[in-house]
Design a protein around this ligand. Structure first.
Ligand code: AMP
Length: 423
């Protein structure tokens, strides 16, 4: 076990604190998510941060970057190999099986918001080691109406948040019946060009040819352009499913473009895949994405059960809200600042703050050992609308000075009536 001794302790690389000033954005995104998801009849679920390692090795796929290189894996004190959750879908499917949700009317519509995910990759703008996601899953229905519902929900979420200039890209990567033919075509196309491939693509060709289309290395782009397209290899059923999906999306007024290169990073996708992107260049321009995963539940030991869902990265959403100047509604902030001078006044002020808060008026006690002037300056910088001032004279008279900071007026009010006056 390596224990690092640092002079000043800091948060781990790629893991960040979310300070009070930032929380308005998080609340805004959370509330929009709850409103849109509940609007579509989805119920909230939270799953544990730690899961059995094999949930992800089986669910996400052994030969994915996430499991192979990025997963935080731990041996716990009982000797079990467990992992910090790198994504939500496998965990939600586990919960679906564990709680017998297949006995409920299908599909079971679930969402989560703000669950932390962990991936050990090189941190950069928009890429963290601990990040947070919105996840939506509809499990138990193979019909294209559900794909359309999930895609439309995703699009509606961005609309509700007010983000502009986004694009929705859609593709079908077939199913276990027709995909092998497509993968073979990719393999044979790329094998003929092996000399031109980047190192990573050479290994993809061996292990996971679909991912060749994911490559971001400039030199590989012309090869991707000329690569066989999944659309030309879909079986009749996959073709019909995709056509139905695009028709429903049209009826739902969801604008999309077909992107033949879109394959998505995880192993479990079948048929529908989609992604929402910003117009920025670069690797971190995907705000979210998802697709259909009809083989996943069986992989996890359940009966064959279809599913479709997506994940959106909350940090990336907030980054783009800021870029587009979209401000969350201001939080109401503290209403009353209680300043005091003298020991007895201090004790009374403590009681007064507590009474105010219990009556539903947000209040804060002035700092100890500061002059009245300094306390008022602090109240002014906080922008509170009211300050209450307590000193020996006020105590004797059983009053408190109520200062209206906006009107710059003050008057004495009986200690007993003050809460009513402020409320
Ligand atoms: P994925 O689960 O890889 O499909 O990712 C879904 C979404 O989660 C992405 O589109 C990003 O918005 C977000 N995301 C994925 N990985 C990270 C990361 N390392 N840091 C921040 N956001 C991420």
């Amino acid at each position: 076990m390596a224990i690092k001794e640092r002079k000043t302790l800091q948060a781990l690389r790629g893991m960040v604190d979310i300070l009070p000033e930032e929380q308005g954005y998080w609340r805004y995104v959370r509330e929009a998510t709850v409103s849109v998801c509940e609007g579509y009849g989805y119920g909230q679920i939270d799953t544990p941060i730690l899961e059995d390692y094999s949930l992800f090795s089986r669910g996400v796929g052994e030969v994915t970057d996430i499991v192979e290189k990025e997963m935080y894996t731990i041996t716990d004190k009982g000797g079990d190999t467990i992992a910090l959750r790198p994504e939500a879908t496998a965990a939600v499917c586990r919960a679906y099986l564990e709680h017998g949700l297949h006995n409920k009317p299908q599909p079971v519509r679930l969402y989560s918001v703000g669950m932390p995910m962990f991936r050990y990759a090189r941190p950069q703008a928009g890429r963290l080691r601990q990040f947070h996601q919105i996840n939506v899953e509809a499990i138990g229905d193979a019909d294209a109406t559900i794909d359309a519902e999930v895609v439309a929900l995703c699009w509606q979420l961005f609309r509700k948040l007010g983000l502009k200039g986004l694009s929705l890209q859609l593709n079908s990567i077939g199913d276990p019946k027709c995909r092998p033919g497509y993968v073979e075509a990719l393999r044979s196309y790329y094998s003929q060009q092996e000399g031109r491939l980047c190192r990573e693509c050479k290994s993809r060709l061996e292990r996971n040819p679909l991912r060749l289309l994911d490559c971001k290395v400039p030199g590989c782009q012309p090869l991707i352009e000329g690569a066989p397209r999944s659309a030309d290899y879909l079986c009749e059923e996959c073709q019909a499913h995709f056509q139905a999906l695009t028709r429903y999306l049209g009826l739902m007024e969801v604008p999309f473009t077909r992107e033949h290169r879109l394959v998505r990073g995880l192993d479990y996708y079948t048929r529908t895949v989609f992604e929402v992107q910003t117009s920025e260049e670069g690797q971190q321009n995907a705000l979210g994405g998802g697709g259909r995963y009809d083989g996943l539940i069986e992989e996890l030991g359940g009966r064959p059960t279809p599913g479709v869902g997506f994940a959106v990265g909350m940090e990336r959403v907030i980054l783009n809200l800021k870029r587009q100047g979209i401000e969350p509604p201001a939080s109401p902030g503290t209403r009353v600042f209680v300043a005091y001078v003298g020991q007895e006044a201090k004790a009374q002020a403590v009681g007064l703050v507590s009474r105010l808060v219990r009556s539903g008026v947000s209040a804060m006690l002035g700092p100890a050992g500061k002059s009245l002037k300094a306390q008022l300056r602090q109240a002014g910088s906080m922008g509170v609308p009211y300050v209450l001032i307590l000193g020996d004279q006020e105590l004797e008279k059983g009053v408190v000075v109520l200062r209206d900071m906006t009107r710059r007026e003050q008057r004495e009010v009986g200690l007993e009536e003050v809460i009513e006056q402020i409320r």
